[in-house]
Design a protein around this ligand. Structure first.
Ligand code: ADP
Length: 909
């Protein structure tokens, strides 16, 4: 790096800044540690252009020609060391539609989006609504987003906002401007046609005016520019020497592994937005951290292959499990197909064990294929490929006789013809323990190539030649202490101890002086040295040639490699589901079209892992048989409300992903979307008030939930005053129970509503059949010293609870005894004051204790007024009852006047 680049980069990643005589600042890194520094530079937000010699120095007149051979950006990495194994890596492009956007635009969509994973070649395009944009990019692990530049350096506000909403602001998904003309339909189509060698895109499902081609074409252009800059594209002019940073040599960079963009129809997936993925801790936990530990995904990611450890055997399987969990299916046939396969693997454990063993040594074929296509495969990649492909027959054989996996077996068998010879060739050519690079050779087996063997022979024989030569010199010159040796830096030498150096014959010319010895060279030794070094060069060249040939052979099979990695990934993911199911006795869910939910003895998949038998199973019934569509769950803090509602959502998610579920039985109606509104998420949205976030998310739910959705709400209305909160919670529950969302009039979504507002439990009577009360059982007794004690049973039972035990929980949490005692006293006062309006006494001490701190007096007036106002509606005034009883037909005018006076009197109290 030179000049300003050097100054900035050295500051950002702590390199030493030096300069030449010219005063031009320079900074650099050792080439063999490129990956380490690349990672640092990318993490610091830089893009890195790599320049390399593109001419053999032997042929150069003057300066060796150099060119940019690659541009590294956050979304286009393929090196094993720079990628997370179990996660895809997305590069996205977003084309915002301004008015007429071509044909096929989905209703409500305003952006055409394409995402590629360069490290595997997977390529998709889809329509997106403004609200879903960030979520969709996050779900696909997009690290870099291309947008149409407008001249100023700023990405469009709607893009930045969408990314921020999905928690992908800043460097998490770097926005990259591209020339606006790349976003013209004609330009995009041309790029795609050129890349895929077609004259029309119709075969890929893109009509002539289909604007989805725009972002896909933008991506293709970007990849060609960064991965295969014009000067170095395949063919002539390709780098001519084995440059230092390339692990192999000059190989084509056709992007041949890129598959044509697949158009995704919306409606094929159970939608989970970023908030739901976070709240349900699908990929990571809410406690933060980036690992999967403690998350749903973490359950399936256990590494180490010990019996019963579960976890995927291959990287492809790990990525697929992640994809299935983050984007479960909504297609009945697909889901049932996965369940059938899992069932087969659960019931035949011996067969499952064989499949697992066969998958054991399979490496990341998908990513190796990508590196082959980008001319960046290493000798180790090629050997790993050969070994992985050799597993083909073993996997197919292990699947024999399992009808639900016969499709996979057939797919594997169909690949024998193309992959068999490739695997054979690699295995016969290469040693098992391949070197990381070819600088010193060592990849090709002896006996594979005659020319290579010959070249190697000379070097190998050097030892005996040297011994002979040494003996000859000793005898000839009578120098018994003379030694002939070799070291890497100085090459071959003849060594004499200092004391004997005076006796060195004239043919010895001095090469190096050591403390106790002198080293010499002779013309004969020099000739030998040159011969050996030429032979070594020849050997390495030969190995390079063979390696290139193997890479070309692999490149010819990219389609088959992809098919292979896809089939194996699926088998691995299904096996992973099956292992978990067998190990923890999960059951096969029955999937139905009707929007029902009947889970018997369900368990929380992650907590079950921690608590084992201490976990208390619970039933969830929604919209099925007698069960209401909305369950209202009350109970003290820490009783297990959140656990219960999340567990229900997780089971629904798992079933749609194709997994079995932790329950005794489960009947699950297909879902279009799981909505969550869970409190602890708020901290993630810096800059918006907690309450605002809560209400924004709730608004989204009320607008979009349909009769096919599952809604999970935890503690709605917490972020505002008790009365506001209660009123909002009440009306939100009513709306959801009555289906008054966007679907209007239709049945409401299946809803689990956990709340500490006991008042809401009255909804069961007011909306019979639509709302059911559940509460978490608590055992209460009087302990020593007359204090009441409680124990949480974590059992969900029908009916309401009328106490929140907040003070108990506070005591368990270690609040100072005096504070607890004072709280009890305040609670008692409040309870007495509220006895008259029938508000449960403990309420004031429940979760929302904020206003108590302001003093009991203020609490009282606010509560009285508000609660009365609220319940006037539901606790009819005596005057109303009296009015009802009046029989107008039987009244004389005078009697009517008397009645009126009486009612007025009652109303005035
Ligand atoms: P709440 O939402 O009612 O405040 P949580 O759902 O957060 O309570 O549960 C609190 C704790 O209780 C959990 O961390 C867990 O350890 C335990 N717990 C919850 N449900 C169960 C259960 N079904 N079986 C055993 N322990 C449970």
């Amino acid at each position: 790096m030179f000049d300003e680049d050097a100054v900035r980069a050295s500051k950002a990643i702590g390199l030493t800044l030096t300069q030449r005589a010219t005063g031009l600042p320079m900074a650099g890194v050792p080439y063999h540690q490129l990956d380490t520094y690349l990672r640092k530079l990318l993490a610091a937000g830089f893009r890195v252009a790599i320049c390399d010699q593109v001419q053999d120095p032997a042929h150069a007149k003057g300066l060796v020609e150099r060119a940019v051979t690659r541009v590294c950006t956050p979304g286009t990495l393929v090196e094993e060391t720079l990628l997370e194994e179990g996660r895809p890596q997305g590069l996205g492009a977003v084309a915002f539609l301004e008015g007429a956007g071509g044909t096929g635009v989905e209703p409500g969509a305003t952006a055409a989006v394409a995402v590629v994973d360069l490290s595997t070649g997977g390529f998709t395009a889809f329509w997106c609504t403004p609200s879903a944009l960030g979520d969709e990019l996050a779900r696909r692990a997009v690290r870099e987003v291309l947008y149409a530049g407008t001249g100023n350096d700023e990405p469009p506000a709607r893009l930045t906002a969408a990314l921020a909403r999905a928690g992908m602001g800043g460097l998490a998904a770097a926005p990259t401007a591209q020339p606006a003309w790349h976003f013209r339909l004609s330009e995009a189509r041309e790029a795609l046609c050129q890349q895929f060698g077609v004259s029309t895109l119709a075969g890929f499902g893109f009509g002539d005016e289909d604007a989805l081609a725009i972002p896909a074409g933008v991506i293709v252009r970007y990849l060609r520019a960064t991965q295969a800059p014009a000067e170095t594209q395949a063919g002539e002019g390709a780098p001519a020497i084995a440059g230092a940073i390339r692990m192999g040599s000059a190989r084509s960079r056709t992007l041949g592994h890129l598959r044509p963009p697949r158009k995704e129809e919306s409606g094929a997936w159970l939608t989970l937005d970023a908030a739901a993925l976070r709240a349900l801790e699908v990929e990571t936990t809410m406690r933060g951290g980036t690992g999967t530990e403690g998350s749903l995904l973490g359950l399936f990611m256990a590494t180490g292959s010990g019996e019963g450890r579960g976890g995927c055997k291959t990287a492809m399987g790990r990525r697929l499990v992640r994809e299935w969990l983050c984007r479960p299916s909504r297609r009945m046939e697909e889901i049932r197909g996965r369940h059938r396969a899992v069932a087969a693997l659960v019931s035949d454990r011996r067969m499952a064990g064989e499949v697992g063993a066969a998958l054991g040594g399979v490496q990341d074929v998908a990513r190796i294929g990508a590196r082959v296509a980008l001319g960046r495969a290493s000798p180790r990649d090629v050997v790993a490929l050969g070994a992985s492909l050799s597993k083909r027959e073993a996997v197919a054989a292990a699947l024999l006789g399992v009808s639900s996996l016969s499709g996979h077996r057939a797919r594997l068998e169909a690949l024998h013809e193309s992959l068999g010879p490739l695997a054979g060739r690699i295995m016969s050519a290469c040693v098992e323990a391949a070197p990381a690079h070819l600088r010193e050779g060592g990849l090709v087996k002896d006996g594979f190539d005659a020319a290579l063997d010959e070249a190697r022979l000379l070097e190998r024989d050097a030892g005996s030649w040297l011994a002979r030569y040494q003996k000859q010199l000793i005898d000839e010159h009578e120098l018994p202490n003379l030694k002939v040796g070799y070291n890497k830096i100085f090459g071959y030498f003849i060594e004499l101890p200092k004391g004997q150096s005076g006796r060195a014959p004239a043919v010895f010319s001095r090469r190096q002086t050591l403390t106790n010895a002198e080293r010499y060279i002779t013309p004969e030794l020099r000739t030998f040295e040159e011969k050996v070094s030429r032979a070594r060069e020849r050997a390495i060249e030969r190995e390079q040639l063979i390696f290139d040939e193997l890479c070309r052979a692999a490149e010819g099979c990219l389609g088959a490699l992809w098919a292979y990695s896809e089939a194996l990934g699926e088998v691995d993911a299904l096996l992973c589901f099956a292992d978990r199911a067998a190990q923890r006795r999960w059951c096969e869910p029955e999937m139905v079209e009707e929007p029902e939910l009947a889970i018997v003895q369900g368990r929380h998949p992650v907590l079950e892992e921690l608590l084992g038998d201490r976990f208390v199973p619970n039933d969830s019934m929604l919209g099925t048989g007698e069960a209401a569509g909305l369950a209202l769950i009350t109970g003290p803090n820490m009783a297990g409300k959140s656990t219960f509602i999340r567990q229900t959502a997780l089971l629904v998610l798992l079933a749609h992903a194709g997994s079995f579920v932790p329950a005794a039985s489960a009947r699950i109606g297909l879902c279009d979307r799981i909505f969550t509104r869970v409190g602890a998420d708020d901290a993630l949205h810096a800059g918006q008030s907690t309450f605002m976030v809560e209400m924004t998310e709730t608004a989204g739910i009320l607008h979009h939930a349909t009769g096919r959705s599952l809604v999970v709400l935890d503690e709605i209305g917490r972020g505002t005053s008790t009365l506001d909160g209660l009123s909002l919670a009440w009306s939100i529950a009513e709306t959801l129970a009555g289906g008054a969302g966007a679907s209007g009039g239709e049945k409401g979504p299946r809803t689990l509503f956990a709340t500490h507002y006991h008042e809401l439990t009255r909804l069961e009577e007011l909306l019979p059949g639509a709302v059911a009360n559940l509460h978490v059982a608590v055992r209460e007794w009087t302990g020593e010293g007359g204090q009441s004690e409680i124990v949480f049973l974590h059992r969900i039972v029908p009916g309401r609870t009328d106490r929140s035990y907040g003070i108990h929980v506070a005591r368990l949490a270690g609040l100072p005894p005096a504070t607890v005692a004072r709280a009890r006293a305040i609670l008692e006062t409040l309870s007495v004051e509220h006895g008259a309006v029938g508000v449960s006494g403990a309420q004031g001490a429940g979760g929302n204790g904020g206003s108590i701190a302001a003093g009991a007096g203020r609490v009282k007036s606010a509560r009285d007024e508000g609660q009365l106002a609220l319940f006037r509606e539901f606790v009819p005034h005596p005057a109303v009852d009296a009015l009802r009883e009046v029989k107008i037909e039987a009244l004389s005018p005078m009697e009517a006047f008397d009645q009126l006076r009486r009612l007025k009197g009652m109303a005035d109290g």
